[in-house]
Ligand binder design. Structure first.
Ligand SMILES: *Cc1c(COP(=O)(O)O)cnc(C)c1O
Length: 215
């Protein structure tokens, strides 16, 4: 098989295993050529974790494929909020009030209105980004007041333990606050995430292969 065949086969396999959930192909660290193979295989939703890397890759791809839907799935610094609002269709990592203010200002300046999700620190891990599960309600109130409409939740559950309780709590939080999008599950656990209620999964390695270095 050629590399392109391989990627198309991987993609088809992931889609089949993801059932009804949408598949976001996480293309971080992979070059535009790999993204083009995925586009040729029909994929349109992509995830990147760095604003600069996405800005270098995607504008040219968008000219050829205007229906690309680009998701930011990595941490966002407030000084990059404007670039992110200009580039991404969905920003999944809204996690603090200062960033909400910066996103509101960026929307006012650019006239662009991407979709926003709140990142939840579902395992309440001290080293991890995200809003504490118990603080989600108050944070959503803050976002609403600032004019930043939230339509989903995303999480990365703790490593090395059964993710099911965390995925289930995410689904329950999304239902409690009436949020239609639940972004959870990666190459190693996306089928479990879907079984627990994920509406979209973020899959990199299982589609594009291993990344060089850790990212
Ligand atoms: C890299 C990344 C993924 C994809 O990880 P894989 O294990 O390669 O599927 C998903 N979500 C986030 C937030 C990531 O940074």
């Amino acid at each position: 098989m050629t590399i392109a065949d391989n990627l198309a086969a991987n993609l088809a396999d992931v889609k089949a295993r993801a059932g009804g959930a949408a598949v976001i192909a996480v293309s971080k660290t992979h070059g535009a050529a790999a993204v083009r193979e995925a586009l040729a295989a029909g994929q349109r939703m992509f995830g990147e974790n760095r604003v600069q890397e996405a800005a270098a890759k995607f504008p040219a791809l968008r000219r050829d494929y205007p229906d690309i839907e680009l998701h930011l799935i990595g941490p966002l610094q407030t000084n990059k909020a404007r670039d992110a609002v200009g580039l991404f269709d969905v920003i999944q990592t809204v996690d603090r009030e200062h960033l909400v203010d910066a996103l509101a200002a960026a929307m006012a300046k650019t006239g662009r209105r991407p979709r926003f999700y709140v990142e939840v620190n579902i395992g309440a891990e001290p080293q991890k980004a995200g809003v504490a599960p118990t603080a989600v309600g108050a944070f959503l109130d803050y976002c609403r007041a600032a004019g930043v409409a939230i339509s989903g939740l995303m999480c990365i559950p703790p490593q090395g333990v059964d993710p099911r309780p965390f995925f289930t709590r995410m689904r329950d939080l999304a239902a409690q606050y009436d949020l239609p999008h639940v972004s959870m599950g990666m190459s190693g656990d996306f089928e479990i995430a879907v079984a627990c209620g994920a509406t979209e999964v973020r899959v990199g390695t299982a589609i594009f292969g291993a990344r060089a270095g850790a990212a």
